[in-house]
Design a protein around this ligand. Sequence first.
Ligand SMILES: [Zn+2]
Length: 358
Amino acid sequence: MPADTCDDTTRDRKRPRTYSNADEHRKIFTNHPTLYFEDGNVILKCGWTLFCVHRSLLSKHSEVFRGLFTPAGSAEVKPQEFFRGCLFIALDDNSDDMESLLDIIYDGLQADFPTLNAENFPTMAALLRMSTKYKLNRPRGAMLELLRSEWPSTLPKYDAKAALAPRCVNPPAEESFSTKDLGIHPAGVISLLRECDYDSPDLLVPLFYSLSTCIFKFSLPPTGHNISALSPADTERFIIGLNKLRSLHAANSQCPVYAVIHPSPDKDSRQSILCQYELLRYWHNTVGPQLLDMKDQMCHPIDDWGKVSQTAMADGIGGNVGMAGESLCSSCKVKVLNHIVLTRQKIWNALPELFGFN
Ligand SMILES: [Zn+2]
């Protein structure tokens, strides 16, 4: 039998489909340049690209492939097809996506992916989609880990990341998501995760927060492209969360006269009055303008509270004598700084609830 004809080795109950004109197929199809193994025993067709690969290897790593290669024995099952002497399976996947997946399988499932950026994001997204569809846990886990490193779920990790790549404050108006910053739109990543059956808040919450920080870049008239990737439910989730987040931030921007109280034995002393006055003055002159900075429409509460705590430490509010808080007693200085640090943590901790993940 010539190599390109189909054989009749399928089950007896149904006659397998045969290719009457093998030469025609030979002309139309393109063998993949690196993933068409001469000793392979199963041919996968994606578009017009053929991959000749090893059935046992794919079966070992993916139960989905295993199922495709050994269909259940019911009468309804499509008969197996053969081409060039190999089991032949036509798939609806894009050939580039399949190439990414097979490369990973043939590389021992090592997803050695570089740092995420706008250029390699589509490849990462394809790998996440494909490893989800074909149930390959290791590459899927590696891709999710990559996203977690970009959108961390804890404040220390968020700060470590911010220290590596400080935020560009006041970017030029013409700057778009695709030209500067990371270049990857958080709404697109949320949509990708939903598509890949990922619903865990550990990644979705930082992404919704990240999307909320982008609002100041949206321009009028609205085009819709900024959040069009979101499902209707996620759009609603985002609007509600955004509103709650801004409210929480604004409410905490008030001077903390009830949280910073001079120690009780001296409550009525001159120092107590000085401390109150100094607190109000410091909050009004230094903290308030940083928290309610309208240049970016209060879009970065976590960063702004971080900035305020750094300024407070530099001003000596943490305990040392400094310029801005010079009349505060040492006890009140510590309380002011603690309040700022705790408020920042409180807002971060509230994010899952604000965006409806609790
Ligand atoms: Zn005091």
